[in-house]
Design a protein around this ligand. Structure first.
Ligand SMILES: [Zn+2]
Length: 312
């Protein structure tokens, strides 16, 4: 069964005036709960404050935890940081860290939130509050749980925050494949950046992914991968500029999972972008991604098996 990390705190009520799809994480949970026997649920701890502060400015961490983020930072984030959003923001990095540990035991695990790759040291940005990918990578490396952590970011937007927060660390590498003309306007420098032209379709996307990611896997030789599995490269995504089909997203995830499995590299996936007027449709794309990754990485699941616990 596919290890899946979820916590009730992930499903925060929508703060007023927010364009973000706040019900996405709850819908992902519900859709996965309907896949009885294919997933096994795990609940994460809150990421302890010292690890939040290992990548974020302590003043910013305090602003979030006490729900007193200044207006100019909230505008950059894209929604108000209420107490519920603050609790969610410190729980989600715990989930990405737990998913990484479960991946080390099982080969693969999924976090049903996270991928907050735009968050920077002293502010959030682009619907991201704390950068769960950078926090989990730093903790894995600094606690000696991994020698080299590679963050593979397939969201349609560049993983600028992750690149900035992990720059200069020889034990963490970042890979981002994105629409070059999309947000953020000012890109950071990842270890490898692949900026694609608007309207890139399945075949060209997959060719670019294979051509650029395989050499990095060989040269960096990670012992774990954190995979930001954004579904916003989808053709009809409201904030994407690429043109992948649903089958193209599945092919992307299958290739990533097959490649890492063949190389015996455990990997944990997070959500990422996925925007549209129909939250259920977006949630379905995320769930398809998790099931594709899990079943490719771990093999077909036993349909007779039952999940050990139900999500709460
Ligand atoms: Zn995105």
């Amino acid at each position: 069964m596919i290890p899946v990390v979820h916590h009730p705190d992930y499903v925060a009520p929508a703060p007023a005036g927010s364009a973000y799809l706040w019900n996405k994480n709850g819908l992902v949970r519900d859709l996965l709960a309907a896949e009885a026997g294919r997933v096994i649920w795990h609940e994460p701890e809150v990421m302890p404050q010292p690890w939040l502060e290992a990548v974020h400015d302590p003043d910013y961490v305090a602003e979030v935890r006490e729900a007193r983020v200044p207006a100019h930072k909230m505008r950059r984030i894209g929604f108000p940081v209420s107490i519920a959003v603050a609790r969610r923001s410190e729980r989600v990095p715990g989930g990405t860290f737990l998913a990484a540990q479960l991946a080390q035991q099982n080969g693969y695990a999924a976090n049903t939130a996270g991928g907050s790759h735009h968050a920077l040291a002293d502010t959030g940005a682009g619907f991201c509050v704390f950068n769960d990918l950078a926090i989990a990578a730093v903790r894995l490396a600094d606690e000696g749980r991994a020698r080299r952590v590679l963050i593979v970011d397939c969201d349609v937007h560049q993983g600028d925050g992750t690149a900035a927060l992990t720059a200069g660390r020889p034990d963490i590498a970042t890979y981002s494949i994105h629409a070059e003309k999309n947000f953020p306007v000012r890109k950071a420098r990842s270890t490898i950046d692949v900026g694609l032209p608007d309207g890139t379709e399945d075949a060209a996307y997959l060719e670019a992914l294979e051509r650029t990611l395989l050499p990095l896997l060989t040269s960096f030789d990670p012992d774990i991968v954190l995979y930001q599995a954004g579904v916003d490269p989808f053709a009809n995504d409201r904030l994407g500029r690429l043109a992948l089909s649903g089958a193209g997203l599945v092919a992307r995830d299958r290739w990533v999972a097959e490649t890492l499995r063949r190389k015996s590299i455990p990997f944990a996936s997070t959500l990422g972008g996925g925007y549209g007027t129909d939250a259920m449709e977006v949630a379905r794309r995320h769930v398809t991604s998790i099931l594709t990754l899990g079943e490719t990485a771990l093999g077909a699941c036993n349909p007779m098996a039952q999940s050990a616990s139900d999500p709460t």
